[in-house]
Design a protein around this ligand. Structure first.
Ligand code: ATP
Ligand code: FE
Length: 382
């Protein structure tokens, strides 16, 4: 059967079409198209502009995907999978209402998919659900979420650690902006800046700063949530202090204009390393609080969400996991950030293994906890 995927939770409009030709093999991708909103003029996402963007692009993208075969005939999908939440309400509603219309017109079922479940199941898309197998761990690291999750089955997800303030991607975007970066997505820009620094050190063009020189910078990297007398350690993440470390450091140096290119790169590297070190530190601690039997039963660890495409983070996780015996899974870069393909796959899993689909009165769900996917919202049909 043919599966249409629609993702409009944030600012990218993404549509895809899969051929589920066999249940024994991964679905075959027929077409996948994404229209990204350029946010460089603004400091982050403007909800009304994102809404307009989806309204302008969704129908044309669906139309192009449906006519992507040769000949004049349009594909007619048998299942529609659409992101229902969490995300921005207006943005979500464009996708959800459009999916309802198509589902009604074609007389085919529609599944309202949880966006974070999509990020979580992404690596299973390429293996037809055979790997990673439940139970597995995931670090979901995106623009709006940072969670360490233990998934025991398709619908049973336990959040072991969550951020107490902003998400990792948000902290990276804001820190990078303090350093004068202004890309559409700042995470990859910061990663590039750090890599440029490392190559120029390697090539002998600039030198790595000594510890004393770094201290001179005024950026004293302190990892948050460290144990103190009288305060037990928390299985949690915290990222807002990293942003203030950068802005204080830059201000202390007399502002961005007073900094040399190398100095900006050095700060960027320090902050990127610190954010990732903090994440590893908290994952290690959180896992140490779990019963040995539980940890012993986990063989797979997934890194997913936009920040998961960062190669430095991947390497650090690899190093940290090397003696745990867990297999690490990194989805391909293009499947780490928001995409309709992960939504289509998640809908396929829900439909095939649980027989789940959605009624026509479902609403976009801005807040939707991952640990209560079925119970939190109405509108599930079996
Ligand atoms: P959510 O999934 O929580 O709703 P989102 O969909 O906006 O949030 P994603 O698209 O999964 O998030 O990820 C976007 C985030 O990932 C941005 O903060 C971006 O800067 C960050 N990011 C993307 N690539 C990289 C990279 N190479 N290094 C670091 N961060 C990155
Ligand atoms: Fe996302």
């Amino acid at each position: 059967y043919l599966v249409l995927g629609i993702e409009t939770s944030c600012d990218d409009t993404s549509v895809c079409l899969y051929d589920r030709h066999s249940r024994r093999e991964p679905p075959k991708l027929i077409s996948s198209l994404t229209a990204s909103l350029d946010n460089t003029e603004f400091k982050g996402i403007v909800p009304t502009l994102a809404l307009n963007h989806h309204q302008v692009h969704l129908a044309p993208l669906v139309s192009r995907v449906l006519s992507s075969g040769n000949g004049l005939q349009q594909y007619r999908p048998d299942l529609i999978c659409v992101t229902r939440g969490p995300g921005m309400r207006g943005s979500l509603s464009v996708g959800v209402e459009f999916a309802k219309g198509l589902s009604l017109a074609w007389g085919v079922p529609m599944v309202g998919v949880h966006h974070m479940l999509g990020h979580l199941l992404t690596p299973r898309l390429l293996t037809n659900g055979s790997s990673p197998q439940f139970p597995f761990l995931s670090l979901l690291a995106s623009g709006g979420h940072t969670m360490l999750v233990l998934s025991s089955s398709l619908l049973d997800h336990q959040i072991l650690a969550n951020t107490i303030d902003i998400a990792m991607g948000d902290a990276i975007d804001k820190s990078a902006r303090e350093l004068g970066l202004n890309g559409n997505m700042n995470g990859p820009e910061l990663e590039k800046l750090v890599r440029a620094h490392e190559s120029s050190v390697m090539a002998g063009v600039s030198k790595a700063l000594t510890k004393d020189e770094l201290a001179e910078f005024g950026i004293q990297v302190k990892l948050p949530l460290q144990p103190k007398p009288g305060r037990p350690q928390a299985p949690a993440f915290s990222f807002s202090s990293f942003v203030s470390m950068v802005s204080r450091g830059v201000a202390k140096k007399g502002g961005l204009d007073a900094l040399s290119e190398t100095e900006v790169q050095v700060i960027g590297k320090q902050i990127q390393d610190a954010i990732f070190d903090h994440v590893i530190d908290r994952i290690t601690f959180t896992l140490s609080t779990l019963p040995k039997k539980v940890v012993g039963g986990i063989r797979d660890f997934v890194l997913s969400g936009g920040v998961g495409s960062n190669l430095v983070l991947r390497q650090k996780l690899q190093d940290a996991c090397s003696d745990t015996g867990m297999n690490l899974h990194f989805p391909p870069l293009e499947l780490c950030t928001d995409n309709a393909r992960m939504i289509a796959w998640t809908g396929i899993e829900l439909w095939e293994t649980e027989g789940l689909h959605s009624s026509y009165d479902i609403m976009p769900t801005a807040k939707w906890p991952l640990d209560n996917i079925l119970g939190e919202v109405d509108g599930w049909l079996r």
